[in-house]
Design a protein around this ligand. Sequence first.
Ligand SMILES: Nc1ncnc2c1ncn2[C@@H]1O[C@H](COP(=O)(O)OP(=O)(O)OP(=O)(O)O)[C@@H](O)[C@H]1O
Length: 558
Amino acid sequence: MESYEPDDRNRLNEQKIAELRGNLRALHDYLREQAGRNVPQEAYSIDGRTFNFEAPLSLSLPVGCYIEIQTDAGVEYLGQVITKDVVEREGAELGVEFDLDQEELFPEGIGLSGVTDRLRVSLLVGSGVVLRKVGADEMTATSDADTFQNASFTRADADVVSRYLAGAGNRAKLPIGQALYVDGDATVRLDAGGFNRHSFLCGQSGSGKTFSLGIVLEQLLLETDLRIIVIDPNSDFVSLDQLRPRDEVNRFRSDALSPAAYEQVAERYADATTALRVFRPQTVATADDDVLRVRFGDLSRPEQATVLRLDPLEDSAEFNTFWHILDELGQQEYSWDEVREAVAHNFTEEARQLGLRIENLGLADWDVWCSPGEQSLIDTVANTDWRCLVVDIGTIGSQAEQMVVVNSVLTHLWRERSRRRPTLVVVDEAHNICPQNPADDLQAISTETAVRIAAEGRKFGLYLLLSTQRPAKIHENVLSQCENLLLMRMNSSSDLSHLANIFSHVPASLLSESSKFGLGETVLGGRFVQNPTFAKFEGRLSVEGGSDIPSTWAKRRE
Ligand SMILES: Nc1ncnc2c1ncn2[C@@H]1O[C@H](COP(=O)(O)OP(=O)(O)OP(=O)(O)O)[C@@H](O)[C@H]1O
């Protein structure tokens, strides 16, 4: 035999070999694709509550979507996909035998009769929860007897998802939008009874939190009797009682309201908002608004001392004089003017110092104080003749005044907790009211009260609904008490892992989907849904208050 050196390239027909290699690759790819298509679309469950599945890569199966599972025995289940992965499996061995004119390819004496290769097949594998056994008339919970194997499945029909989302029971259901990942309309409804737990709404700026919060408030007003107090730091809800025109309502709905349906909603909404009152600072209040003022005596004594920045130890003499002056006033409902007058009429050195302190801090110039005889916001909160109070702190001059208003409301609610009047306390930009690290004494007080309400308020009918962009900035003792979650678009992985630790009843794989959300999209978890649910908020009825700044400045110049 003629000797052959591997680098004797002159003797190899490289062009022919490349051609052969290309053909083999094309054949391999074709067979691999065929094998991928033939991956069975099957699910199995060994406990009747969870399932595993495998499916072809080409099947669109978003995490969170619903599937209908049909077993060989003819039983149907509704499931939800919780995890999904792409894996590669070894497929059949591919053997190719050559019938080639080897002379054209190799030097004399070298031949090749064929090659073998193992196909690798990519497929989807994942897991989920079995939500219900689907019957013709009803959907029932499953048990560990509901095991199955080799069951086929498809993406669930919109009708089946709608039936599931409609839920059961006689508690009010609040329609807030449409389910995501469903081909067709399936309305998502919150179980109103779930608001007897604290709720947390979060998402990054521009994800649609305020718009969505408005929808939740409107539906609570329409469908329940729950009293609501909204602490509104951006004046977003000052028009909560004003219905949009029909074309504006329909712009944000997938099922447009007919003129008759709109009239009906308008009538119901007007009825639901009759006892809605908006409190705004005098500088911006219209004739329809209440003027936002609080009485100095609405604050607890320690809060009053904090407003004066009096430290019981460092300013012990002044502090003590202040305490005695309040004692002498002899009643709780003193106004700021009355306190000032009492200080001015006390001729001790400490009272003189107190007077100077008041002047230097500019406290007398605050617009937020009631004069003697004027109505305080807290007088209204203490009454029973209202349904919803919107407290616009966004247009108050200073942050200290804002905190005084917030503290007077929270302190009153806590002080009067034994009256057990169910009230939802909505706090937008909650990181300013109950931060993990309070920036000053007034914030420390609001945080302390919020922590108390979060821990013990529920049994007195005080429920929180907190909204923020940054979950990690909320005090952990408040956040850890929230059971309901409304998570909108959230890119920060550290915020997501923080949430995953706290809302462990929502699988982390579902939470992390939020980084892909579009405007108004959300994943809901907790008491107000049967199971974590993906939705897009729609159907806002009322006028938005603090509108976004128009970005016309970015328009291309002509
Ligand atoms: N589901 C929705 N459908 C249609 N428009 C929406 C939806 N959600 C929000 N928008 C619009 O998107 C804009 C931003 O929404 P929104 O103000 O609610 O976001 P945000 O998360 O509260 O932002 P930020 O934290 O900066 O206040 C608004 O103009 C609002 O009208």
